[in-house]
Design a protein around this ligand. Structure first.
Ligand code: DGL
Length: 258
C-alpha cells in the first residue's frame, strides 16, 4: 500500500522543502511532523537528541503510514541518520549542509556556513568540508537565534532585523566571502531578510532542491493527496497551526511520543 511522504523537523524549517517536493512529486500526499515541544534542537546535547529524534520519528512513521521519511533538519541529519536508518523500515532521506555545491561555485574559495551551534560543530560537517571544500576557507557561524526569528515570521509576526544583522555579521568580516551555505532548513524561509543583512551581493545556497530530487528518486509510488495535507506536532500550538496552514497543511494533530 503506497503511503504519504513524511517530512520531519524540530519546527517550521522543514516547510522550506515543501514547495520543491510538490514540484517534483505533484499530487503526492505529504504529512508534516514537527517536534515543537522540544524546539530548538540546535542547543541540545547529542546523546539526548539521538534518542529523542528516534522516538519522534518512530512515532510519526507509525502514525502516518508513510512510504518515505524526509528528515528536513540538518541538526538531526548530521547526528542521527545512521540510527534512523537502522531502526526504521522506510527509506530515510537526510538533509546536510550544501558544502559541495557551494564549493563548486565559489570563485573566491571563501564560503560561509550559517547553521545551528550543533551543526557547525559536528564531525559530519568537518567531513563534508574536508571532502568537498578542502581548498576553501570556511567561516562557520552559529546562528541559533535565527530559528526563533523564522518561527515568528511563519506565525505572522515581524522578525527582528537587528537580530538577523547581528547574528550574520561574522560572515562579512572579510571582503572575499562570496557564497553562504544555509545549513539549517529554517533559514531559507527568512529569504529577503537574509539578503538585506548582507552588505554586498553573495550567493545563498541551501539543500532543499537536492532533497526533493532525492526523495523523488526513492519514492516509487507515493499515496495520492486527498484534500488538504495533514500535519502532526508534539505540542498544541496555535502559532504553529497558522504557520503550517500557509503551506496548505491542516491543523496539527497531537503526536504522542512513546
Ligand atoms: N531546522 C533545523 C535544522 O535544519 C534546526 C532548528 C533547531 O535548532 O531546532 O538544523
Amino acid at each position: 500500500m503506497p503511503g504519504p511522504i513524511l517530512i520531519f523537523d524540530s519546527g517550521v524549517g522543514g516547510l522550506s522543502v515543501v514547495s520543491h517536493l510538490r514540484h517534483r512529486l505533484p499530487g503526492a500526499a505529504l504529512i508534516y511532523a514537527c517536534d515543537n515541544a522540544m524546539l530548538p534542537y540546535g542547543l541540545r546535547p547529542d546523546e539526548w537528541l539521538v534518542a529523542r529524534i528516534l522516538a519522534v520519528c518512530q512515532a510519526a512513521v507509525a502514525a502516518s503510514g508513510c512510504s518515505v521519511l524526509v528528515v528536513a533538519c540538518n541538526t538531526a541529519s548530521t547526528l542521527a541518520l545512521d540510527a534512523l536508518r537502522t531502526h526504521l523500515s522506510v527509506p530515510v532521506v537526510g538533509t546536510v549542509p550544501a558544502i559541495k555545491p557551494a564549493a563548486a561555485v565559489s570563485r573566491s574559495r571563501h564560503i560561509g556556513l550559517l547553521a545551528t551551534s550543533a551543526t557547525v560543530a559536528r564531525p559530519y560537517t568537518d567531513r563534508l568540508i574536508e571532502t568537498f571544500a578542502s581548498d576553501c576557507r570556511v567561516t562557520r557561524v552559529a546562528a541559533d537565534p535565527l530559528v526563533h526569528e523564522t518561527e515568528r515570521l511563519l506565525a505572522g509576526e515581524q522578525p527582528d532585523q537587528s537580530i538577523i544583522d547581528r547574528v550574520t555579521a561574522p560572515l562579512w568580516e572579510t571582503a572575499d566571502l562570496d557564497t553562504v551555505v544555509l545549513g539549517c532548513t529554517h533559514f531559507p524561509l527568512l529569504g529577503e531578510r537574509l539578503v538585506a543583512a548582507a552588505p554586498r551581493p553573495v550567493r545563498l545556497i541551501d539543500s532543499s532542491e537536492a532533497i526533493a530530487r532525492r526523495t523523488a528518486q526513492v519514492t516509487i509510488e507515493p499515496a495520492p493527496a486527498v484534500g488538504r495535507d495533514r500535519s502532526l506536532a508534539t505540542a498544541p500550538d496555535a502559532r504553529l497551526a497558522r504557520a503550517v496552514a500557509t503551506l496548505g497543511f491542516d491543523e496539527p494533530r497531537l503526536l504522542i511520543v512513546g
